[in-house]
Ligand binder design. Structure first.
Ligand code: F6P
Length: 362
């Protein structure tokens, strides 16, 4: 290793998404083989900058075989904001600002620039570090597909496959038992997974945060279907859906919590229609497992392009996909605004066109 060898770091923060390892692999291949740089893997979000002894040299040996693997070889956390790091003393949680320590350790480790892979929260932190002088390139990541400035994030396609497969499976048992099946999928603030898997899986109703709904409208659609001789029904619910204030009988809905909204909606449908209803909450199964080919390819494209941006000295930017091409935007353009489903978009019109209801509030 020559003393002039450049050193860069890579980290990922927030919830994992299938394809993270593919980005890390692409970053390593490009940085080490392509540019002859040294690469340091920062562990568990930014924790590896707070405690540098956790971080390690990401050599080509370390990335062998990781392309098809879910999760991340770096580990991750969604409780590791170095600007407000939670620490517990005597059962009381306080926050400490470790940002200066991260900057200092980065310089001690000889890291010249960081590639930060993350969703909105992690990219926000990257932007805060940029203000302190860190040279940063961002890579967007989330199964929710809701990052502004990129038309798709890796992880979404894999989650979509898992959700669609689940809906296909629920279809057959719903039909045999003449039941209403409610499926809650992920999507903390947006309905992309619900919308796409609902269309792909032939759902009858899709409930998403972007379109206010009522239980009555959903139930009337189920009833009309029943009158037409279709005795089963599939309702796909995004976990972030905004529950109406009250159910069909005027009872207040509980405060919506991811993992419980599907049950609240299932219960309300059962009460209104007196039908057999079953609820499935897919949860983290959507985030686990091997990434789809699309996600592996997108993640690899992002990784290579991120290193190229570092090489060109184009910092403070995030790689993205626009019109099918890999491009980059300023980090501050990418963060702060969510990419929500447009209720007037052609994909929503497609869903309506094939008879899916969104339970629209009249
Ligand atoms: O943002 C991605 C996501 O998978 C959301 O869809 C979900 O609400 C959240 O992460 C779950 O996070 P956690 O791993 O903390 O339960």
């Amino acid at each position: 290793m020559s003393s002039a060898q450049r050193i860069i770091g890579v980290c990922n923060g927030g919830g994992d998404a299938p394809g993270l390892n593919a980005v890390i692999r692409a970053v390593a291949c490009t940085a080490i083989r392509g540019y002859n740089w040294r690469l340091i893997g920062i562990t568990n979000g930014f924790n590896g900058l707070i405690w540098p002894e956790q971080s390690f040299d990401l050599t080509l040996d370390k990335i062998r075989g990781i392309l098809p693997r879910g999760g991340t070889v770096l580990g991750t956390t969604n409780r590791g904001n170095p600007f407000a790091f939670p620490t517990e003393t005597d059962g009381v949680t306080l926050t400490s600002d470790f940002s200066a320590r991260c900057m200092e350790n980065m310089s001690k480790m000889g890291i010249e620039a960081m590639i930060v892979i993350g969703g909105d929260g992690t990219l926000h932190i990257a932007h805060e570090f940029e203000k302190l002088g860190m040279k940063v390139v961002g890579v967007p990541k989330t199964i929710d597909n809701d990052i502004h400035a990129t038309e798709v994030t890796f992880g979404f396609d894999t989650a979509l496959h898992v959700a669609t497969d689940a809906i296909d499976r629920l279809h057959t048992t719903a039909e045999s038992h003449h039941r209403v099946m409610v499926v809650e999928v992920m999507g903390r603030q947006t309905g992309w997974i619900a919308l796409h898997s609902g269309i792909a899986g032939g759902a009858d109703a899709i409930l998403i945060p972007e379109i206010p709904f009522t239980i009555e409208t959903v139930c009337e659609a189920i009833r009309r279907r029943e009158e037409a001789g279709r005795l089963f029904c599939i309702v796909v619910v995004a976990e972030g859906v905004k529950l109406p204030e009250r159910d069909a009988f005027g009872k207040p809905f509980p405060k919506p919590v991811a993992g419980q909204v599907g049950n609240a909606i299932g219960y309300a449908i059962r009460e209104y229609l007196h039908r057999e209803v079953r609820v499935t909450v897919l949860g983290h199964v959507q985030r686990g497992g091997s990434p789809s080919p699309f996600d592996r390819i997108l993640a690899s494209r992002f990784g290579v392009h991120a290193v190229d941006l570092v090489a060109r000295g184009e910092f403070g930017r995030m790689v993205c996909l626009q019109s099918g091409k890999i491009r980059s935007v300023l980090l501050e353009e990418a963060i702060g605004a969510l990419r929500a489903v447009d209720p007037e978009s052609d994909i929503v019109r497609t869903a309506r066109g094939i008879g899916i209801t969104f339970g629209d509030r009249p």
